[in-house]
Design a protein around this ligand. Structure first.
Ligand code: AMP
Length: 276
């Protein structure tokens, strides 16, 4: 596997990969790879020659967030990627973001949900993903549904800027207990990680209540909130939205989503579940 740090070299390689009729799949990550990332990569391999990037993007962390302590393990990540037969890992230096004067901002409603609690986050995400797209020029890019709001915004960015990239969503990969895999799960000790499993369980119970016939958005949301509080979570938000994330639902239908962020033992987690 070739580890590329230089932007011009990555551009050259990506151009070559597309000759004469090659398709490039791209999976952007912040590293400390886990089963969720691996699923994205496996999916990418089905579509084209696969490039993975690892970059802990300072622009998407707030002042009081965990940028400095965010788990990094490039050596082990490279080992995982070699095991997956990945030929190219793009691991740019921070000059990819240094001195940036123009930014990609999300639409007004990106200020809701995550946007309320992480006001600069999506601007940082969209800007770095746009930069990576400009360097790699992929035909396909893969994003996890765990970060659902991010997926929606990336899709809108690709549409608004007429990018020649197809954005492919990938199902959330979970631990056996239902906890969504996340690099941040490494912050937990074993007991706390076990308790964190109640996050998904609470969302699942709410989805089950819908299946059993409860359609009131208010009642379902209240139920979810009570469940989350019972488990000792501090809730940033728990909302039932339409799948485009444009309105909060009063009357819930199949296809709507319950989307939530909580804090537990100093770790912030996000997750969601679709109503069926
Ligand atoms: P990150 O390294 O956390 O920035 O994530 C990189 C990509 O992996 C994003 O598209 C995430 O949505 C996706 N991802 C992270 N965790 C999971 C998971 N448990 N299942 C599926 N995709 C995930």
């Amino acid at each position: 596997m070739k580890i590329i740090t230089d932007i011009a070299e990555m551009k050259r390689i990506s151009k070559d990969l597309k000759k004469p009729h090659g398709r490039v799949s791209f999976i952007p990550t912040m590293g400390k790879l886990h089963g969720g990332h691996i699923r994205l990569i496996e999916e990418g391999k089905k579509y084209g020659k696969t490039v993975v990037s690892i970059f802990v993007n300072p622009m998407q962390f707030g002042m009081d967030e965990d940028f400095k302590n965010y788990p990094r393990d490039l050596e082990n990540d490279a080992k995982i990627l070699r095991g997956l037969n990945i030929a190219y890992l793009f691991s740019p230096a921070t000059d990819i973001v240094k001195n940036t004067e123009t930014f990609v901002a999300g639409p007004k409603y990106s200020n809701q949900l995550e946007g309320i609690f992480r006001p600069e986050h999506f601007r940082g995400v969209l800007t770095i993903v746009m930069k990576l797209f400009c360097i790699i020029n992929p035909d396909f890019a893969f994003f996890g549904l765990k970060d659902y709001q991010q997926y929606i915004l990336i899709k809108k960015m690709a549409r608004d800027y007429f990018l020649d990239v197809q954005i492919i969503p990938v199902e959330t990969v979970r631990e056996k207990c239902g906890l969504a895999m996340s690099s941040r799960n490494t912050y937990f000790n074993e007991t706390d990680k076990k308790n964190a499993c109640n996050f998904h369980k609470s969302l699942k119970k709410t989805a089950d209540l819908f299946k059993a016939g409860e359609k009131s958005g208010g009642k379902l949301t209240l139920f979810a909130i009570k469940e989350l509080i019972k488990s000792g979570f501090e809730i940033d938000y728990a909302k039932i939205m339409d799948k485009g994330l444009s309105i909060e639902k009063q009357s819930v239908e199949a296809g709507d989503i319950l989307i939530s962020a909580i804090r537990f033992k100093g770790v912030r987690l996000i997750d969601n579940i679709f109503f069926e």
